[in-house]
Write a protein that binds this ligand. Structure first.
Ligand code: EPU
Length: 325
């Protein structure tokens, strides 16, 4: 990017930052500098920034909360845009949320308004746009259960589109947005009214306690590093069955083997490279003990993947988004 291009952006977007360290904006506190960094305060500013980047032939990357991403130590040589519009409106049983709204804030507001259906997300990190993109879920809930429509810009033709739930093609940690580039702008969520809001609130707090008990919560991390291993046929588990004493029944029932459990089976919990450490609490999390580099995280995840592949013939897939590699 030339200095003339940087100046052009500065002129058009006075709040834009140059050489902004991404470790300030990611939950795992890792990442080199983004050449340009803009918090888009509304849809118009977002569109203007994308259009200018396209015209100048500068790559752009759009993110919400920085909860599920690992940015390279070399940073990002383009325009990093954070969604900065975060309005949440509650209309009876419907929530209309800007994509930059914090998912846990939406969940907490919905519970306060005597609604149920999103209480599982009361401690989910990140924004609703990110949660829809990855069909986030925990404690039995998933975004696909509450999304009614999603408003987005399809980047292939820059058209505004509104997708129904079915058109979002949700699957385990998957949606159309992972396969066809879009920017999610807004979502409509459908919840139910509850006659027992105290019970819903208690459920939300129970999930929060569970998260703190079973996952690193205060430490810096990017959430789960790998997707769980979903299998169709038990023959895919032959090597695993021969190697471990027993596979927990709950996983067999769901046909989903916890990646964290697999990491614990290969004895890698607590393993450390630099300041990156596989959490002792949950094997699917890598925590940054202070000055971890993206490189350290990738070395740890590669090692875990290779060991699991070699020992159990299971190839784990990344859940986190890699940026700038
Ligand atoms: N387990 C271990 N050791 C570990 C981790 C898990 O033995 O290090 C065992 C647990 O004891 C339990 C089983 O594995 O018997 C399942 O563990 P857990 O309930 O923690 O669920 P998970 O399948 O490992 C998933 C999601 C999490 C979500 C939790 C809770 C994925 C990749 N992970 O983890 O989501 O919070 O369930 O519902 O789907 C995320 O997607 O970023 C994420 C953290």
């Amino acid at each position: 990017m030339t200095s003339e291009q940087v100046q052009k952006f500065q002129k058009n977007f006075p709040s834009i930052l140059v050489n902004e360290p991404m470790n300030k904006h990611t939950n795992i506190r890792i990442g080199g500098v983004a050449k340009l960094y803009l918090v888009a305060v509304d849809i118009d500013e977002l569109i203007d920034a994308m259009e200018m980047a396209t015209k100048e032939n500068i790559p752009f990357y759009i993110f919400g909360g920085g909860s599920n991403m690992l940015v390279s130590d070399d940073g990002y040589q383009g325009l990093m845009i954070q969604i900065g519009f975060r309005e949440i409106k509650v209309r009876e049983k419907t929530i209309i949320a800007d994509s930059g709204a914090i998912t846990s804030a939406i969940a907490r507001q919905s519970v306060a308004e005597d609604l149920e259906g999103l209480e599982w997300a009361g401690s989910l990190p990140g924004t609703i746009g990110g949660a829809i993109y990855g069909n986030s879920g925990c404690w039995g809930g998933e975004m696909k259960d509450v999304v009614v429509t999603v408003d987005a810009i399809r980047l292939s033709d820059m058209k505004r589109v509104v997708y129904t739930n079915a058109e979002c093609k949700f699957d385990y940690r998957d949606s159309i947005f992972k396969h066809e580039p879009h920017v999610i702008l807004r979502a409509t969520l459908g919840l139910k009214t509850t006659a027992d809001s105290l019970a819903v609130k208690a459920r939300m707090e129970e999930y929060f306690t569970k998260r703190k008990e079973t996952q690193p919560f205060i430490e810096s991390s990017a959430g789960c590093m790998f997707k769980n291993f979903i299998y169709k046929d038990e023959s895919e588990l032959d090597r695993l069955k021969n190697s471990v004493k027993e596979i927990p029944l709950e996983m067999l029932a769901k046909k989903s083997i916890s990646a964290g459990w697999l990491v614990s089976q290969i004895g890698m919990k607590g393993e450390r490279i630099g300041d990156a450490e596989i959490s002792d609490k949950h094997g699917n999390f890598i925590v940054n003990l202070g000055n971890a580099r993206a490189q350290d995280v990738l070395m740890l995840t590669s090692k875990a993947k290779m060991k699991i592949r070699d020992q159990y013939n299971i190839m784990l897939e990344d859940e986190i988004e890699l940026v700038g590699f």
